[in-house]
Ligand binder design. Structure first.
Ligand SMILES: Cc1ncc(COP(=O)(O)O)c(C=O)c1O
Length: 425
C-alpha cells in the first residue's frame, strides 16, 4: 500500500546522508544514511561522536510527551503543541501520536515544513497578511480536503489584505480574533470594542470565516497568577459575547485558544469555566517548550511547580563540550559557545564531568560567559577538571537550543543513540 505523502517524507528522513552538515556526528559515519547510523546504536561517548554535541534524552522526551498528553486530556483540553520550539517533523509526529489535535506554528515557512511532513491541522498563532503565503495556504486547502488551518487576525487592514489575497479561493480561511494580553503586550487587539470591529470586518470578507478567539497569556505584562487569570477571563468572556452576538453562526466548532508552557494550569482553570456555547468548543492549548523542557527558565516557571501532584517535566537536553584549555587554577574553556548553546535567557549550567568513562557531578564549576565557540568556566580550588574532560551542560530555553542543531542524537540513559532528530529552522 502506498504511504501517505507525509509518512513517506518522514521515512525519507532516515535516508538522508550523514556528513559535514551535521555537527558532532562521528566523522567515520560519513556517507551512512541516518537510518543506517541509528541501526548501529553507537554510544554517544565511545562511538566516535565529537564535542560539542547536543543530545536529547530518549526517556525524558517520552516522559514529557506522555505527561502533557495526560495533562491535556485530564483537563479536557485539545492540544496543539507549538512546533516552532523543535521544528522537528519526527517530534510533530510523536506529539500527534500522543494525542495532539494538530501543531501550532508562527510563520509560513514553518507551515510549509509541517505540510511537507503530513501535518493535517495547523493553528498559526500569529497574523498572516502576506499574499504569496496566503495563496499557497489556499492552494493547500483546495488540494487537500482534510487539511485544516486557522490563523489570527488583529486588524481591519489585515483582514482586508487577507481577503484581497484570497479572493476566489475554493474554501474560506478560518480565523480567530487575537485578544492582546494587555496594554503594551505583543500582537493582538487591545480592546473588546476593537475586537468587535475586526470581527465585523471578517464577517464582511467572503474569503474568511470567524471560528473563535485566541491569545497568549505568556505576554501578559508583569505576568503573575492574578493578572494571567484576569486576562484569561477576558478571553473567555470575549468568546461568550461573540457567540451571543451570533458571530459564530454556522461553524461546527468554536475555537478558544491560549497557553504556552508557563501558565497552562491557569488556562486549564479558565477554560474549565467556558459555558455551553452554540457549537462545541475546541479548547486549544499550545505549549511548545514542554517537549524538551529545560534546566533554567522553564524549570523555574513550569506550572508543575504549583501543581506537583500532577507530575513534573524532565529536562531532556544535555550539551556535551570538551575542556580544550585550562590556563589557570580558576579558569577552564570548553569548546561549545553561542553557536551551540541557548544563551538568551540564562547561560548554560555545568552539570557533570566525564573522564575515562566515569561521570561525576560538576562540583565547583560554573559557566560565566560564552564566546562564539567557547564557554568560559570558573572553577573553585577543589574542582577536579582537566584538559580532555567532557562537561555535560544543562541549557535554558528549548527554542533557542533546538535551532542550533540540525540533527540531534536521541540517546538513552547509558549513552546508546537510538535515533536522530532532524530540525528545519
Ligand atoms: C503565541 C504563542 N503561543 C504559544 C507559545 C508556546 O509557549 P512556550 O514556548 O512557553 O511553550 C508561544 C511561545 O512563544 C507563543 O508565542
Amino acid at each position: 500500500m502506498a504511504l501517505d505523502p507525509g509518512t513517506d517524507a518522514l521515512a525519507r528522513l532516515a535516508e538522508e546522508r550523514v556528513d559535514h552538515r551535521f555537527k558532532g556526528l562521528p566523522p567515520d559515519a560519513d556517507g551512512l544514511s541516518v537510518g543506517e547510523l541509528a541501526a548501529q546504536r553507537r554510544n554517544l561517548f565511545t562511538g566516535g561522536f565529537s564535542a560539542p554535541v547536543l543530545a536529547l534524552s530518549a526517556e525524558r522526551l517520552d516522559h514529557n510527551l506522555r505527561l502533557m498528553e495526560t495533562y491535556a486530556s485530564r483537563h479536557g483540553l485539545a492540544f496543539a503543541p507549538h512546533g516552532k520550539t523543535s521544528m522537528a517533523p519526527r517530534l510533530f509526529r510523536r506529539q500527534i501520536e500522543h494525542g495532539a489535535w494538530g501543531i501550532t506554528l508562527a510563520v509560513p515557512h514553518q507551515v510549509r515544513v509541517a505540510r511537507a511532513y503530513g501535518v493535517q491541522r495547523v493553528f498559526l498563532a500569529n497574523e498572516l497578511v502576506d499574499a504569496a503565503a496566503l495563496r499557497w495556504i489556499a492552494a493547500e486547502l483546495a488540494a487537500d480536503p482534510s487539511f485544516s488551518f486557522v490563523c489570527y487576525v488583529d486588524s481591519v487592514r489585515g483582514v482586508e489584505l487577507m481577503d484581497a489575497a484570497l479572493r476566489g479561493a475554493a474554501r474560506p480561511l478560518d480565523v480567530v480574533v487575537e485578544l492582546a494580553a494587555g496594554e503594551g503586550a505583543r500582537t493582538g487587539v487591545r480592546t473588546e470594542a476593537e475586537c468587535a470591529a475586526v470581527a465585523d470586518a471578517v464577517a464582511a470578507a467572503p474569503s474568511l470565516r470567524l471560528v473563535g478567539v485566541a491569545g497568549y497569556e505568556g505576554e501578559v505584562p508583569g505576568a503573575d497568577p492574578e493578572r494571567v487569570h484576569a486576562w484569561l477571563r477576558r478571553l473567555v468572556a470575549l468568546a461568550v459575547d461573540f457567540d451571543k452576538a451570533g458571530r459564530f453562526a454556522g461553524v461546527t466548532e468554536i475555537v478558544v485558544s491560549a497557553g504556552g508552557s508557563a501558565w497552562f494550569d491557569a488556562v486549564a482553570d479558565a477554560f474549565a469555566g467556558i459555558p455551553e456555547l452554540s457549537a462545541p468548543v475546541l479548547k486549544l492549548l499550545r505549549s511548545g517548550a514542554y517537549v524538551s523542557h529545560d534546566d533554567g527558565h522553564y524549570r523555574k516557571i513550569t506550572p508543575f511547580n504549583r501543581v506537583p501532584e500532577e507530575g513534573a517535566l524532565e529536562p531532556a537536553f544535555r550539551l556535551w563540550a570538551q575542556v580544550v584549555s585550562r590556563p589557570s587554577a580558576e579558569q577552564a574553556f570548553v569548546n561549545a559557545g553561542k553557536r551551540d548553546a541557548a544563551y538568551d535567557l540564562d547561560l548554560p549550567f555545568a552539570q557533570v564531568v566525564r573522564r575515562d568513562g566515569v561521570e561525576r557531578a560538576a562540583a565547583g564549576i560554573e559557566v560565566t560567559a560564552l564566546s562564539d565557540q567557547h564557554a568560559w568556566l570558573r572553577t573553585e580550588p577543589d574542582a577536579d577538571l582537566e584538559v580532555g574532560d567532557w562537561v555535560g551542560l544543562g541549557l535554558s530555553h528549548p527554542c533557542t537550543s533546538f535551532d542550533k542543531w540540525q540533527l540531534i542524537p536521541l540517546a538513552e540513559a547509558d549513552g546508546t543513540v537510538v535515533d536522530y532528530i532532524r530540525t528545519f529552522f
